[in-house]
Design a protein around this ligand. Structure first.
Ligand SMILES: [Zn+2]
Length: 436
């Protein structure tokens, strides 16, 4: 067990970060109050229990002490309305140091190394996801769109960058970038603009880690590719024919000349044979004008060996040289992009992270700050999945994520624990799991 990544320690280290949130009021003891407000919101997401604070208030009345104090270091248990009013003015960027702290600990513990992919690179998948929409409630940070019935729909969306790796069930959340209306811009903010902003804010830091960005077809345009190169990162981006006419004309031309790269390999998928056909070329113009940048292109087609049925087809552009020795690794990495949708955004939406929890929407930053706290809770769960042996044993034994958190919820309602480690030890003992 890596002590620097122990969950009790990580949670303790949140407190000074929350304590450093700006407070718009004046008076005494404000630092404690705002740290409690941050921890209160985080605790609901971390325990996956919407009523956690209410239960702990009750425990405090009955026993004189609560798990909110013991496990989250809260001084006082804040009410939902207190959390709402204290956190609304806090911009989510105040949480950025925690993402980096976790990443640096994972690096120091040798765990980040195990996430490396082609060319020893870390794959960072970018994807936009909508996490709020309403025709009634809105705030300064809402985007909006006109509906067919003439009404206005207000919504929030966010870019959630995650480190992914083919064949790795874990994904590591990095600082999100919120898609919000920008000052002085007529056009509403969009996913690509927000992703470029993420690169400007965080690019220099992550470039030191040797990063390859993954994105869908929306990203494989020259301005974004140029921004990636300017940030000294690599890219593997989905590149569809209907949105890249010029590039595919070059592919067709090379194919007609008989000089398009081609490589074939048979795979056994456990049931039947598959024929994997790669087509590739280097140094193709990304678009039709004089200033087009040169990119490398690779396509994978998978067909059923006996029936010839088309099972899969996709293509990517990249700045890595594509050759017979690199193409399988590049395609494998490009295909890992779906994990940002399946293993990050869908978990956040469907697996009890209370993305639309009833702390309310706020009028300034509340909605986006809560989203970022939620991502941190998810990241902390991932860290436990990577380093905490008791948590690993329990999750394996209880199988379903939901079941694990239901047990935690009930235990924390009835019993007082002095640390997360003692809670997990108690659960392991109860289930006869060997933790020696
Ligand atoms: Zn809003």
């Amino acid at each position: 067990m890596n002590e620097n990544l122990a969950i009790d320690r990580l949670i303790r280290e949140l407190k000074p970060v929350f304590g450093g949130f700006p407070d718009m009021r004046t008076g005494r003891n404000i630092q404690y109050e705002i740290a409690d407000a941050g921890m209160g919101a985080f605790s609901v997401f971390f325990t996956q229990c919407a009523s956690f604070l209410e239960y702990q208030g009750e425990m405090k009345r009955l026993k004189g002490r609560s798990n909110a104090e013991n496990l989250f270091g809260m001084s006082e248990i804040p009410s939902d309305s207190h959390i709402r009013s204290l956190l609304d003015p806090v911009a989510p960027m105040y949480l950025h140091p925690i993402y980096r702290l976790v990443l640096e600990r994972l690096e120091a513990g040798g765990i980040l190394e195990t996430f490396r992919s082609h060319a020893h690179s870390l794959l960072v998948a970018l994807d936009g996801t909508e996490y709020f929409s309403s025709q009634k409630i809105h705030c300064e940070q809402c985007s909006h769109r006109q509906l067919a019935n003439g009404k206005t729909d207000y919504y929030h969306s966010v870019i959630t960058p995650v480190i992914v790796q083919a064949g790795n069930e874990h994904v590591l959340s990095l600082e999100p970038e919120f898609i919000v209306p920008q000052d002085g811009q007529e056009k509403q903010d969009c996913e690509i603009e927000a992703s470029k902003r993420w690169l400007r804010t965080h690019g220099a830091y992550y470039a030191q880690q040797n990063v390859t960005l993954l994105g869908d077809d929306l990203y494989s345009r020259q301005p974004f590719c140029q921004a990636v190169k300017d940030a000294k990162m690599h890219f593997i981006l989905v590149c569809k024919e209907d949105s890249h006419a010029q590039l595919y004309q070059s592919v067709a031309f090379l194919d007609a000349q008989g000089v398009l790269g081609r490589y074939q390999k048979r795979h056994w998928n456990g049931i039947h044979g598959e024929i994997h056909t790669y087509r590739y070329a280097n140094c193709l113009p990304l678009r039709g004008d004089q200033d087009a940048m040169q990119v490398n292109w690779v396509e994978l087609t998978i067909a059923h060996e006996e029936t010839g049925e088309l099972l899969y087809q996709n293509a990517w552009i990249t700045d890595f040289e594509v050759s017979e020795t690199t193409l399988e690794a590049i395609v494998r990495d490009g295909r890992a992009r779906w994990k940002v949708e399946n293993e990050n955004n869908n978990i956040l939406k469907t697996k009890g992270y209370h993305l639309e929890h009833n702390f309310g929407h706020g009028s300034q930053f509340l909605a986006s700050l809560l989203l970022s706290l939620n991502l941190l809770a998810f990241l902390f769960h991932t860290v436990m999945g990577l380093v905490d042996e008791k948590y690993q044993l329990l999750r394996k034994e209880l199988r379903k994520r939901r079941k694990f958190f239901q047990h935690v919820e009930t235990l924390l309602e009835y019993l007082l624990f002095d640390s997360w480690d003692s809670l997990f030890s108690f659960m392991c003992r109860g289930l006869n799991l060997d933790t020696s």
